[in-house]
Design a binder for this molecule. Sequence first.
Ligand SMILES: *Cc1c(COP(=O)(O)O)cnc(C)c1O
Length: 414
Amino acid sequence: MAILNTTRTYGLRPTVVFVDTAAIAENVASLVAAVSPSALCAVVKADGYGHGAVAAARSALEGGATSLAVALVEEGLSLRDAGIEASILVLSEQHGAAARALVECRLDATVASVHGVESLFRALCDVGTVEVIDAHLKIDTGMHRMGVLPGDLDDVAGALRKFSDRVRWAGTWTHFAVADEPQNSATAEQQRRFEAAIARLRVLGHDVGIVHAANSAGAIAHPSARYDMVRCGIAIYGQSPDAAFDMSTYGLALRPAISLHSEVSAVRIVPAGDSVSYGHRYTVSEPTIVATVPVGYADGVARRLFDVGGEVLIGGKRRRIAGRITMDQLMVDCGPAVDSSSVVAAEAAPAGVLGECGAPAVPAVRVGDPVVLLGQQGTEEVTVWEWAEKLGTIAYEIVCALALRATRMDRIER
Ligand SMILES: *Cc1c(COP(=O)(O)O)cnc(C)c1O
């Protein structure tokens, strides 16, 4: 493994989010093969789901994605600043300054109202240097978050026709609410409404551009929803859209691209009856080896992970998080200090370093030992979905949180 390209500033602390960019490229290539002849748009919003938007975008394009999508104009802007020339679709309607910035960066717009189309036209006039911008019409078919309702379709289509010399109708799309539940018939109903809307627009004589609807789950589990293009986010990062959604049943072997690593920064033996961390919620019943790891909730390790039995990997073994996770550090129960030499060593060693003065019969945990919070160590693995299920959330939220503070490095296989 070689570590390249530090993409965040810190780097003086051994806590690192590794991003396996080759995994993203390979996952995209697998997805592209699965959905072909539909095109794949790689969704890199929220800093590439915590993986780093620029690295994720480059890897996805390398893997065969033909375009990118973001949630914010700012996210599109930073991809352009990094020299990425591919089409970048902004997934919601923009007005005012945001619409002007979108035009300046030549991002593709989403429109979902007459006001949205007019805002785009006004932005083109204000910016002055861009002749034409691509727009994708978003239709609300049942998610009820954003998009034109079928009843208002004719008006918005009329506005697109009116400004068609500056606003090019490049695509028409919708978004699924329950595609990650393959048995749920609501997806078929959304498709029915979407196809009826497209048919209506075509009857009115509109060229609706490319048609797209599917997120990762839609692209994988609903072949009839692939249309001209799919918009994949979570799957390109090698994570399943739902705990119960098994990629392998669809013949896909995707590799998680993210892992979280640190090192033991201190070791001590906590006497029987003493408690660890804020609130003293973790009490040891016998002398216990406790390791400190310099990673905390400010790095995206949810504070509640202690309460729900979170574990980390040290020395190839699962070890229970001991006591409340603090902002910058957490403690780990590395087992009873049964071996007398390790106790002696701990007591004799300067600065609480265990095992340097003696030769413990049991492997002692030492300062500098690698710690894996998410990912593999030896034969053990802690997955993103393990955290998500323990914490009652989804993989999406776990990986996004990893963008908070930890140093991020791209990792390539040598
Ligand atoms: C986030 C998002 C996607 C990608 O969803 P995944 O489940 O991560 O594949 C696709 N389309 C829209 C509109 C989105 O907001």
